[in-house]
Write a protein that binds this ligand. Structure first.
Ligand code: HEC
Ligand code: HEC
Length: 298
């Protein structure tokens, strides 16, 4: 705890000198493509939204309308609430263009040019193709409007200064390592794309530093004890999985059913990952993820 406080102190020092400068610092936006002309497939988009956790994280399990937001996300720096993503023009994203949606999802920047907090797992979506964005957009267009106002974040100073996120992004933003590897099977490469990107397993299973940055170079899938609500996620590197009796078959089965090789059910956050996400994936995709997880690159 003391170290956390010191970390915050150091940030506060940077904050005092840096925020005015940072607030004016532009973020490079990717040149817009021909997204508006691409025809999206809502079925494929809904599948991707399921796999990527959009539905899980933006639907309040305590009786909210689908994708109307309001899920509370605790962080060491304050509390965030997922916003309303329905087609409501006032409270949701009904007034957005597909280009604004693309920049929000792939780059984590709002239509006003403000960075989003990385509790929104956009760093994992950076490699979504234009077609995948068009598919997601087509699926979101089918969501009925919900008249629920989004709740503002309740972050402590200096983390309540969105401009400071530009500094955080410069230090800890990373590209998901989803690119295919030659010589590996199509299934392995599909598994890599899902595990490293869309399904964002590393969001919980990678060790973080005191500022919440993921140590992707040194501790990817090495486990984390910084989950919301003091939760812990175990390591899921290949060697640890093998040592704990996992193989491709029982891993694919567990991602489908939530049942582990010892006959227990996944608890806590992992139970929700299965309940709201991986149980909906096709057998081919689950096998692909398991193949990749049991044979991760060194
Ligand atoms: C782990 C939880 C989580 C997941 C998974 C997630 N989001 Fe979010 N999302 C958030 C939070 C929290 C915010 C608000 C961030 C902020 O205020 O800085 C957000 C913000 C957004 C926004 C901006 C809305 C606005 O009103 O400005 C969009 C668009 C969005 N998410 C789309 C998606 C899509 C599409 C997916 C799936 C591909 C997704 N989200 C997955 C938590 C999540
Ligand atoms: C929201 C956080 C979160 C995400 C995202 C997440 N996990 Fe987990 N995972 C956990 C937690 C917490 C546990 C411990 C479960 C328990 O206590 O029963 C866990 C446990 C596991 C285990 C059991 C490991 C062991 O030692 O027995 C495996 C395997 C696993 N996760 C794989 C995955 C895969 C694959 C993904 C991506 C599809 C993923 N997890 C995404 C939080 C997460």
């Amino acid at each position: 705890m003391r170290r956390l406080v010191m970390g915050a102190g150091a940030i506060a020092a940077v904050a005092a000198i840096g925020f005015a400068a940072l607030a004016a610092w532009p973020i490079g936006l990717r040149p817009s493509s021909d997204l508006a002309d691409l025809k999206g497939n809502p079925g494929r988009g809904a599948y991707l939204a399921r796999a990527s956790g959009c539905i899980a994280c933006h639907t309040n399990p305590e009786g909210g309308a689908p994708l109307a937001g309001g899920v509370e996300l605790g962080t060491p720096f304050g509390t965030l609430y997922s916003p309303n993503l329905t087609t409501d023009p006032e409270h949701g994203i009904g007034g957005w263009s597909v280009d604004e949606f693309a920049v929000a999802v792939r780059q984590g920047i709002s239509p006003d040019g403000e960075p989003y907090y990385p509790a929104f797992t956009y760093p994992f979506y950076a490699d979504f193709t234009d077609q995948e964005i068009a598919d997601l957009w087509a699926a979101f267009q089918t969501v009925p409007p919900a008249n629920t106002a989004s709740r503002a974040p309740e972050m402590s100073f200096p983390f309540n200064q969105r401009a400071g996120l530009k500094l955080w992004r410069a230090l800890y933003q990373f590209d998901p390592k989803t690119e295919p590897v030659e010589g590996k099977s199509d299934a392995w490469n599909r598994g890599k794309w899902l595990v490293e990107g869309a399904t964002h397993c590393a969001a919980c299973h990678t060790t973080r530093n005191l500022l919440g940055g993921r140590k992707i170079d040194t501790a990817k899938f090495a486990g984390s004890d910084m989950l919301p609500g003091d939760g812990k996620a175990p390591p899921i590197d290949t060697a640890t999985l093998v040592a704990r009796d996992w193989d491709a078959g029982n891993l694919a089965y567990a991602l489908k059913t939530g049942i582990t090789p010892s006959g227990d059910a996944f608890g806590n956050a992992m139970g929700e990952v299965v309940l709201f996400g991986t149980q909906y994936l096709s057998p081919e995709d689950l096998d692909a993820m398991a193949e990749y997880l049991m044979d991760q690159p060194k």
